[in-house]
Design a protein around this ligand. Structure first.
Ligand SMILES: Cc1ncc(COP(=O)(O)O)c(C=O)c1O
Length: 96
């Protein structure tokens, strides 16, 4: 498993999403981004905007390349009731 995007835990290393994606593509590993909490900050990371540090913005923009993403509108989407979404690049992956 390759985990991201920030910090390091005791038994693992984490890579920023933009660094993890080329590695996953090289080894044919699917990329899932748990953006439940921070996913809405992707909106602050458009090319040319100076709202985030360049490395942080690059990591957020790389979410676009993921195979799947979880995002929780009840967090920074400011929805007042619990709701979450999982988005698949290939919708057939969601058919178990
Ligand atoms: C990164 C991340 N993923 C998943 C969750 C789980 O969210 P919930 O239990 O609200 O669906 C959280 C909760 O804060 C989170 O921060």
């Amino acid at each position: 498993m390759i985990g991201g995007p920030r910090g390091a835990q005791r038994l693992s290393e984490r890579l920023a999403v933009d660094k993890a994606i080329p590695l996953c593509r090289k080894y044919d590993v699917r990329v899932h981004v748990d953006a439940a909490y921070g996913g809405f900050f992707r909106l602050l990371a458009e090319e040319g905007d100076d709202l985030l540090a360049p490395d942080v913005a690059a990591a957020f923009r790389a979410i676009d390349e993921a195979d799947s993403v979880v995002i929780d509108p009840h967090k920074h989407g400011l929805q007042p009731y619990g709701c979450g979404a999982v988005l698949f690049r290939d919708p057939n992956v969601a058919n178990f």
